[in-house]
Design a protein around this ligand. Structure first.
Ligand SMILES: Cc1cc2nc3c(=O)[nH]c(=O)nc-3n(C[C@H](O)[C@H](O)[C@H](O)COP(=O)(O)OP(=O)(O)OC[C@H]3O[C@@H](n4cnc5c(N)ncnc54)[C@H](O)[C@@H]3O)c2cc1C
Length: 479
């Protein structure tokens, strides 16, 4: 039948291209839909491929373990040794993530698309997806407009939603207890970034480091989020910041200011003393852009009858770093693999697709709920408290543990220092201990991710209870 496929992948971004590649590699008839022309594949909005473009090497290794693909310059624009988080007073620097790359995003996405096509996926460009076709409470296809603006319906045994954070597939699912249609605004960061060529005024690795990605924690510059300076090849940087809207409002009120995301990014660039004469690098109109990132645990279930989701459509970015490329790549691969199994088993019900939940949980997802609690805690601290915490509470090993979602063993030395420093600081330390315990509980809950949809309801209640408790205890308080 015309317009009928085994799998429709909606969105040819990081997750969608790989989902299509893996599903096609498994012998399925796959349509890969995206609103962009082929050369602009993966472009998120009219503002371009809005992203910091930093990705850990481990995630690229994961792709290579699943398909034979080699990445090199120019799609890997620059190798970085690590990612450093810097305290508001600029006195403390903690390594937060290991070796990785800053991508040339358009070229990287283009390469992924070539692999999807090589394995046999049908790429349909300039197609605007408008919503799911639902029959008997099951997703059986999508509708939208083709390149000639003609209303078009397509059917498939499985639809993979890889439309990114603004997905109009997940939002239009039938009401159901598995996949949430709405994400809390406090769990979303408004973000933006510029790509600048610049002259280096002087060397200062606190502000720009050609070998490392830098993250500036500062509740006045980037309330409820952080600013970043990621080096690119040449004297070029990807510079941007993210804010939580509630934190921005609180900060504006307290400081009697009226800043918005745009003014904050402009001020952040001016604040950086090593950047002289910044010039927008606007190839592909990709120099300046704004978009949103969800920073919570991925949606509790990534599947519904006839439906799977991968990447930002499922709120997969890391709750602390907002890094979403890695999980999108991992999820794309696992969604494609699991679609193959479900179609071959002739069962694309929620039960038939459930294994994808378990696979993503195992590969990445089980640490994110704990990280979300840590993020909620971080957003409740002002600059002074963050300085204090980075100076006193955390060792380098503990910072690494947190960033990898492991529960840190707060060192005896730091505990002893706390006891010496009196009641007020003990409070802050006790809060951190609470967070560490909550992370431990949540990691244990995710270790028991339900093996089938029948056990999901009770399990989900445990997660919700922990999250509600954390949000009630730690309110955004940037100033
Ligand atoms: C400012 C900013 C900085 C970031 N920095 C980093 C970083 O440094 N490192 C990191 O790991 N992550 C970062 N992220 C997050 C990262 O960019 C995302 O997690 C990643 O792009 C998710 O990939 P995806 O495939 O899920 O979705 P997307 O990349 O959003 O791809 C979705 C695709 O679907 C298409 N599409 C959407 N709607 C429709 C429709 N209705 N019809 C047809 N096509 C449609 C889009 O055009 C696009 O091609 C950042 C995000 C932002 C906004």
């Amino acid at each position: 039948m015309e317009n009928s496929y085994d799998v429709i992948v909606a969105g040819a971004g990081m997750s969608g291209n790989l989902a299509a590649a893996l599903a096609a590699k498994g012998g399925l008839n796959v349509a890969l839909l995206d609103r962009n022309e082929e050369l602009d594949v993966g472009k998120k909005t009219n503002w371009g491929w809005v992203c910091g473009d930093a990705v850990a090497n481990d995630h690229l290794k994961f792709i290579k373990s699943k398909i034979s693909i080699d990445f090199d310059f120019p799609e890997l624009d620059l190798k970085v040794d690590g990612v450093y988080a810097i305290s508001p007073d600029l006195q403390h620097k903690l390594l937060f993530d290991g070796e990785g790359y800053v991508l040339n995003r358009p070229l990287f996405e283009h390469k992924l698309l070539q692999y999807a096509k090589k394995y046999g996926a049908h790429h349909i460009s300039k197609f605007e997806v408008e919503g799911p076709i639902i029959e008997n409470n099951k997703v059986v296809g999508i509708f939208g407009k083709d390149a000639h603006e003609k209303h078009t319906e397509m059917r498939a045994k499985v639809v993979i939603d890889a439309l990114g954070v603004a997905t109009n597939l997940r939002r239009k699912l039938p009401d159901n207890p598995y996949v949430d249609k709405v994400v809390d605004i406090d769990d979303v960061e408004s973000t933006g970034r510029y790509i600048y060529d610049f002259d280096l005024d002087h060397e200062d690795l606190t502000y720009y480091d050609p070998k490392n990605a830098l993250i500036h924690l500062n509740q006045e510059l980037a309330p409820g989020g952080y600013g970043w300076v990621f080096p690119k090849s040449g004297t070029c940087m990807n510079v941007g910041l993210g804010v939580q809207k509630t934190s921005l409002q609180i900060r504006n009120k307290a400081m009697n200011k009226n800043d918005n995301l745009h003014s904050l990014i402009d001020d952040y660039v001016k604040w950086n003393p090593v950047v002289k004469n910044p010039r927008l690098r606007n190839d592909n109109n990709n120099g300046k852009g704004y978009w949103s990132v969800a920073v919570r645990r991925q949606l509790e279930s990534l599947v519904f009858d006839g439906y799977m989701g991968a990447g930002d459509s499922m709120a997969m970015p890391n709750p602390i770093s907002a890094g979403g490329i890695g999980p999108a790549l991992v999820a794309g691969i696992l969604a494609g693999e699991n679609a193959v199994k479900a179609v071959h088993n002739n069962d694309t019900s929620i039960k038939g697709l459930w294994q994808y939940n378990l696979d993503f949980n195992e590969a990445y997802g089980r640490k994110t709920a704990g990280l979300e609690v840590f993020r909620i805690y971080l957003q409740s601290l002002n600059n002074e408290q963050i300085n204090y915490g980075m100076r006193t509470f955390l060792t380098q090993q503990e910072a690494i543990d947190i960033s990898y979602g492991r529960v840190p063993e707060l060192s005896l030395a730091s505990k002893f220092r706390m006891v010496l420093k009196g009641a007020q600081n003990m409070d802050a330390f006790m809060n951190l201990l609470y967070v560490v315990k909550a992370m431990k509980r949540l990691n244990a809950i995710y270790e028991r991710y339900p093996k089938s949809p029948e056990q999901f309801g009770a399990w989900r209640q445990e997660v919700t209870k922990e999250m509600e408790e954390a949000k009630a205890k730690f309110k955004p308080k940037p100033i």
